[in-house]
Design a protein around this ligand. Structure first.
Ligand SMILES: C[S@@+](CC[C@H](N)C(=O)[O-])C[C@H]1O[C@@H](n2cnc3c(N)ncnc32)[C@H](O)[C@@H]1O
Length: 213
C-alpha cells in the first residue's frame, strides 16, 4: 500500500481534475467503466447514494468526531461516503482512505486534498505509521465483501475490530439479505439500519462492535 502520488497521474487528467474536482457529472460513467474493467473489485455499477452515505456516517460516534480520531475508509471509490463523513463533522485531515483503483485515488486526491490516500489492497494490513501516530476511531467500508471467501471476510472484519478500541464501530454497507460474517464468529455484536431505498440497489448498513471483555 503506498500513499497516492499525483505524479502517477497523466497531465490531462491532472488538468481536468484541477479545473473542477467537485464536478460529479462524470462519476457514473467512470464508475461503470471501472465495473466493466474489474466487476468483482468495483462491486457496483454506480456510486453509492448520498442517502446511503448519510446512513453509514450516522454510526460514527460523537466522541470520535470530537476527539479528532482517525476514520479509516476502505473502498471509498468516488468519495460519496467520504463527503458524508465530512458533513457528519469528521475533519478531512482525520480521514485515511484506502482505495485499489488508481483512477479513483486521483479523484479522491483532487476532492479531499487534506485526507491521506493510500493506493492498494484494503485486505493487506496497514503499515506502521499509516495513521500518523493517531488513534483509530472508526472503520467505514464500502468493499464488495461477498466477492471474497468467508475466511477472508472474517479475517478482515475480525482484524479491524482488533485494531479498534472496544465499542467502536466497523461500519459496512451491503445489498445482501445475509450478513457478510456472523457476529458470533467474531465475538462481536451487530446492529442493522433500515433498508436505504434511495440507493441502486437498496442497501442497508451493518455495524459490528466488540465490547470490552
Ligand atoms: C461499491 S464501490 C464503493 C462505492 C463508493 N462508496 C462510491 O460511492 O463511489 C467499492 C470500492 O471498493 C474498491 N475496492 C474493492 N476492493 C478493494 C480492495 N481490496 N482494496 C481497496 N479498495 C477496494 C473499488 O475500487 C471501489 O471503489
Amino acid at each position: 500500500m503506498t500513499e497516492f502520488d499525483r505524479s502517477d497521474m497523466t497531465a490531462s487528467s491532472k488538468r481536468r481534475l484541477a479545473a473542477d474536482p467537485l464536478n460529479r457529472t462524470g462519476d457514473d460513467a467512470r464508475f461503470f467503466k471501472g465495473w466493466l474493467k474489474r466487476p468483482f473489485v468495483t462491486g457496483a455499477v454506480s456510486p453509492s447514494s448520498r442517502a446511503l452515505g448519510r446512513a453509514m456516517s450516522r454510526f460514527v460516534p460523537d466522541g470520535v468526531v470530537e476527539a479528532g480520531d482517525v476514520v479509516l475508509e476502505l473502498g471509498p471509490g468516488t468519495g460519496v461516503v467520504t463527503q458524508t463523513l465530512i458533513d457528519r463533522g469528521v475533519a478531512e485531515e482525520n480521514l485515511v482512505l484506502v482505495e485499489y483503483s488508481a483512477e479513483f485515488c486521483a479523484l479522491l486526491k483532487a476532492r479531499f486534498p487534506r485526507a491521506t490516500i493510500l493506493e492498494g489492497d484494503a485486505y493487506a494490513p496497514l503499515e506502521p505509521g499509516a495513521l500518523g501516530g493517531r488513534r483509530l476511531g472508526t472503520i467505514v467500508s464500502s468493499l464488495p465483501l461477498f466477492t471474497k471467501p468467508d475466511a477472508m471476510r472474517e479475517t478482515l472484519i475480525g482484524g479491524a475490530l482488533d485494531t479498534l478500541p472496544p465499542g467502536h464501530p466497523f461500519i459496512q454497507f451491503s445489498y445482501a439479505l445475509t450478513l457478510p460474517v456472523k457476529p458470533e464468529r467474531l465475538g462481536a455484536q451487530v446492529e442493522l439500519s433500515p433498508w436505504v431505498k434511495l440507493n441502486l440497489p437498496p442497501a442497508r448498513v451493518i455495524v459490528y462492535r466488540r465490547t470490552a471483555p
